[in-house]
Design a protein around this ligand. Structure first.
Ligand code: AMP
Ligand code: GLY
Length: 423
């Protein structure tokens, strides 16, 4: 029988997941709550229920005979949506609330890494501003300050001066900008090296790493400016050898999953490890308890297997059949509202895009009015292209972007490496 699937979330990541599900011959309908209007172009059924309305989501799933649910974003995972679906007899892909803490609390993650000798940056946590600032002043710069709790990728400040560090600590601990019940920060040593996102499918019987991906978190070219949710990505990453992948698996991913099991919070779903490849080996800078955004939009383009079959095998604790493309590269560039990740305008009309068969668009923040799409959040959409090389994919994405009238929007010009200016 063909499946009806419900995906929770509303961003580009969920657009890519839903679209991949629709490629399967096993699927009947794919619903996305709350989704966004751009997804409708690809035949995704958008459901107007917010991700925090657990009862409404469960009722919808029952009424529409949903076979299983996939949860995209961190907030519903942290709020126990997987637990609630499972309590009502509906299978849900993602970690339970207790395991989602690996993303939800930097302090929990750091303690786990210390306990199980998982390589990460040296750190100390603080809830008192004066003690935190004292610690910063006794350490060298740059220094990394992370708000404990969920912050949509914006809770990390790399302070180059003590003044900047002081400002960040004030914002996080005194003003409590991220609205935490008891604000805390983790202050961390600055690690030097290339970055890597390695995501793994995890169930009770195994760990299945995905292809490698690189995300660009800073808003401006050359990784300058404040951090965002991610401004672009590509996969696979040319500087990651099989030896490095093996080392990440053995020294980081396996001990993390085994550690979570041994402390009574077994992790299932997608574990995202954000890493820096230092001269002393790979070290963890963050864990996420879910697919990354924008990594997913490029990673799923690399997946040759049926994603419905993969998730079903994982949900049934079987070994999934997962095949990644061996040749070529997929690269994606995020188009955002000007001003993001700080204040930005919404309601900017999107141009009519020129058709191009090699380009795919994944919408993250758009709404429809009078049959036109308007921006509705900071990150608006992402454009991907797959080609034989990083340079080719990059050239095609930027050529296409250059051909559209995007003067009211913003995007980085260096996703995939330094390139000639295109506009
Ligand atoms: P996170 O949200 O923890 O991934 O941090 C956002 C970005 O800040 C990362 O992608 C890195 O570029 C940078 N970052 C975080 N932690 C560190 C660290 N300890 N050393 C150097 N860069 C870091
Ligand atoms: N791309 C970073 C994240 O998904 O958190």
């Amino acid at each position: 029988m063909k499946r009806n699937i419900l995906v929770i979330g509303s961003g580009g990541r969920e657009h890519a997941i839903c679209k991949k599900f629709l490629d399967s011959s096993k699927v009947n309908q794919v619903f996305c709550a709350k989704g966004n209007d751009g997804m409708k172009i690809d035949g995704i059924q958008v459901v107007d229920i917010l991700e925090n309305k657990h009862e409404e989501l469960i009722n919808f799933a029952k009424e529409r005979k949903i076979d299983w649910v996939l949860i995209g974003p961190e907030n519903p995972l942290m709020n126990g949506l997987v637990d609630d679906f499972e309590d009502s007899g509906i299978k849900a892909f993602g970690p339970k609330k207790s395991a989602a803490l690996i993303e939800g609390s930097k302090e929990f993650a750091k303690e786990l890494m210390t306990k199980f000798n998982i390589p990460t940056a040296e750190y100390k946590s603080f809830s008192d501003f004066n003690l935190a600032y004292e610690y910063v002043k006794n350490n060298s710069l740059p220094i990394v300050i992370k708000a404990d709790g969920l912050a949509a990728g914006k809770g990390v400040v790399i302070a180059e001066t003590y003044k900047e560090a002081k400002h960040a600590l004030k914002e996080m601990l005194v003003k409590n900008t991220f609205n935490n019940e008891s604000p805390k920060v983790v202050i961390e040593e600055f690690l030097v090296g290339e970055e890597l996102s390695l995501l793994s499918f995890v169930n009770e019987t195994g760990i299945y790493p995905m292809a490698t991906a690189k995300d660009y978190k800073a808003i401006f070219d050359n990784n300058k400016g404040p951090n965002t949710g991610g401004m672009g990505a590509y996969s696979p990453v040319e500087y990651v050898t099989e030896e490095i992948e093996e080392r990440v698996l053995e020294t980081i991913i396996k001990p993390t999953i085994n550690g979570m099991k041994s402390i009574g919070t077994p992790f299932t779903g997608v574990l995202y490890t954000g890493l820096i490849l230092t001269t002393n080996g790979p070290k963890v800078i963050e864990y996420n308890a879910r697919f990354g955004d924008p990594e997913t939009q490029v990673l799923l383009e690399r997946l040759d297997s049926d994603l419905i079959e993969v998730i079903e095998s994982l949900l049934n604790n079987k070994e999934p059949v997962i095949k990644w493309k061996e040749a070529g590269v997929t690269l994606g560039v995020v188009v955002s509202a000007k001003g993001y990740p700080n204040d930005y305008e919404t309601d900017i009309s999107l141009p009519n895009f020129k058709k191009n068969n090699t380009i795919k668009i994944f919408y993250s923040g758009v709404k429809e009015k009078n049959q036109r799409l308007f921006s509705d959040s900071g990150r608006v959409f992402l454009v991907t292209c797959s080609d034989v090389s990083q340079e080719k994919a990059q050239e095609k994405v930027y050529t296409w972007l250059n051909e559209q009238n995007l003067s009211s929007f913003y995007y980085r010009h260096d996703i995939g490496g330094t390139i000639k200016k295109t506009n």
